[in-house]
Ligand binder design. Structure first.
Ligand code: F6R
Length: 609
């Protein structure tokens, strides 16, 4: 999820690159850099941190030049640092490369390059191998060298390359990562996304998979993988910058909700080895370590805490280890019992939440092993953990967390299955079967997203209802809590969630005519009990939206409206049942005219106590 920009023309390249990158910072923002060619010199400047760090440096030490490439990074391989930032260069500093995506076989290429050349690698990134690979094949023709390099690469990428020996061109290539070319007069542009170029041109070529582009000042040529030139119609952009950044969605939140099939799929697929078994790259916990652990604490805040609540059920079920879940701000101050037999799992999208970080430090001080589930690579929580599972949801911009949550749930499933198999509490057969069920989830999420109109209808009827309760049993209680948090934070409705069995111990007193109750009834073994709870609130006049597994039609006789989630194991329903609740909160907030992406009083990253 990085942003890439390129410029060739008569103007100063840095200004255009920085401006373009500023429109792409939403794609990733942990470091930024540029490479500019001028007077037979390739100048590279790159820094960890926001784009402003690079900007400030360029203000103080300008780089002249009319051709260059720029990058804003969302770290995947190697933590955010100056050296891991893009552009990356070959050893002699002739060739510079920017890259968005992942080169899956980069370790293999790296080893091969070390065998066949004198290359020295400076960074931990997959991108750097591309620069050395192009250098290896370079015999005076940059386009030819890029073609040969790409033949060796597997994975997803959009790449921009400049070479000081050929200062009249930028070469770019795309496979599974977005890439566009902006058409100018006496100048041309490259970018991973339209917003970067809208200030300069509204005429673009949309580059397709396996296509190569050669940009000069006067010309743009597109070639297919067989080196044949292809003709492309000009795409005229009619959107404004704001909506373009959101891929045409009205808000980041709904864009991110719709990114969940992709996010959960990537979290899973990239960690399955050739045999289809789970391979946890950042986690080094052995069978002995697991046998040594007698207590797991999962600690987090907000939505991440709700993911932890679901994680508890899964870990206890598959790995048979006792798990406690705590809110980070509480954990720190309650003097918990921690020693070297404790596994502490921190869950955090940003990896910068101060309470989570402080709880982690407290646990570490008492000898616990620290495993974190984090979305932002190289964040503080990740850096201070012994083991890290990156959720790879991509940057989450909307304050209300959605795609980070479902990827956290996927992560917990994978960790629990891995622990269960390693400990022997799960048979290989059951483990393989459950991985198969996990693989089905991204498509099932998509099925639910496709039914958004059903949810929109409910939202349109209920958006003015100021009394909303969520209830469920088992894992459904945790999703009820998440649904309630999502609703209150973006629509400001005073909602709350309750374990359905607790209703008659007090809360049922609040149910009256037209109270809106969202009842989750996805757990097979608790289904009948949920039907009784729904009857109880119906008898007091509630309007009930039920979420149930498909093929359970008798619930339609009791609830006012039912949304069905596709069939899956009880332990896996959470990833599905949260989707209609996210959509419901979103459409209710939109109907109430709320600022969905930036709700009042809230911040994306809570770095204060
Ligand atoms: C709710 C939400 C927050 C965060 C919480 C923790 O939609 O986004 O509740 O989940 O602030 O943040 P991270 O996961 O960054 O530690």
């Amino acid at each position: 999820m990085c942003g890439i920009v390129g410029y060739i023309g008569e103007k100063q390249a840095t200004n255009i690159l920085i401006d373009g990158l500023s429109k792409l910072e939403y794609r990733g923002y942990d470091s930024a850099g540029v490479a500019i060619i001028n007077n037979n010199k390739l100048n590279v400047r790159k820094f960890k941190g926001r784009l402003s760090v690079l900007e400030e440096d360029l203000r103080q030490n300008e780089i002249q030049g009319n051709i260059g490439i720029g990058h804003t990074r969302w770290a995947t391989h190697g933590e955010p640092s100056d050296v891991n930032s893009h552009p990356h260069t070959n050893c002699t500093n002739d060739i510079a490369v920017i890259h968005n995506g992942i080169i899956e076989n980069y370790m293999k290429i790296k080893k091969w390059l070390e065998e066949v050349s004198d290359v020295t690698f400076k960074s931990e990134t997959d991108t750097e191998v591309i620069a050395h690979l192009i250098d290896y094949f370079y015999e005076g023709d940059l386009v030819d060298a890029v073609y040969k390099a790409v033949e060796k690469m597997e994975g997803a990428y959009a790449i921009g390359v400049v070479c000081k020996k050929e200062p009249d061109k930028i070469v770019a290539v795309r496979k599974d990562s977005p890439l566009i070319v902006g058409i100018g007069k006496g100048e041309n542009f490259l970018a991973s996304d339209i917003p970067a170029l809208l200030k300069y041109t509204r005429e673009v070529y949309l580059i397709e998979n396996d296509e190569f582009v050669v940009l000069t000042k006067e010309d743009i040529k597109i070639f297919n993988e067989f080196r044949q030139e292809v003709k492309r119609d000009v795409f005229k952009v009619t959107w404004d910058v704001e909506s373009a950044e959101k891929d045409g969605y009205e808000h980041f939140m709904i864009k991110e909700i719709n990114e969940q099939p992709k996010g959960t799929k990537e979290t899973l697929q990239r960690r399955l080895d050739d045999n289809g078994d789970i391979y946890l790259d950042g986690i080094k916990i052995t069978k002995e370590d697991l046998e040594n652990i007698n207590k797991v604490y999962i600690v987090a805040c907000g939505t991440a805490y709700h993911a932890g609540l679901v994680g508890r059920s899964i870990i206890e079920k598959y790995a048979r280890i006792s798990v406690e879940v705590d809110i980070a701000s509480e954990f720190r101050y309650r003097n918990p019992i921690i020693d070297e037999h404790t596994l502490f799992i921190a869950v955090s999208q940003s990896g910068e939440t101060l309470d989570t970080l402080a709880a982690l430090r407290e646990a570490k001080k008492h000898g616990a092993r620290i495993l974190s589930l984090v979305n932002v690579v190289g964040s503080s929580v990740a850096r201070e953990s012994h083991d890290v599972f990156y959720t790879w949801a991509g940057p989450e911009i909307a304050v209300a967390s959605t795609k980070a949550f479902t990827t956290q749930l996927m992560a917990f499933n994978m960790i629990a299955l891995h622990m269960g198999l390693t400990k022997g509490t799960l048979t290989k057969e059951r483990y393989t079967n459950l991985i198969g069920r996990l693989k089905e989830l991204p498509n099932k999420i998509q099925t639910l997203l496709d039914q958004y109109e059903l949810i929109q209808e409910v939202a349109d009827k209920q958006f003015n209802n100021e009394k909303v309760f969520f209830m469920g049993r088992g894992i459904d209680v945790e999703i009820a809590k998440e649904g309630s948090l999502k609703l209150k934070e973006i629509s400001y409705i005073n909602s709350f969630a309750i374990a359905a069995g607790e209703l008659k111990h007090g809360t049922i007193a609040l149910i009256e005519d037209e109270t809106f109750v969202i009842a989750l009834a996805t757990q097979d073994r608790l289904y009948e009990k949920m039907l009784s709870n729904i009857k109880e609130v119906k008898a007091r006049g509630a309007h009930v939206l039920a979420i149930a597994k498909e093929n359970n039609e008798e619930i339609e006789k009791i609830a006012d409206k039912v949304i069905y989630i596709p069939e899956t194991e009880d332990e896996l329903t959470a990833i599905l049942s949260v989707i209609p609740l996210q959509l419901l909160s979103y459409y209710i907030a939109v109907a109430r005219g709320c600022d969905v992406d930036k709700p009042r009083n809230l911040a994306k990253s809570v770095t204060v106590e």
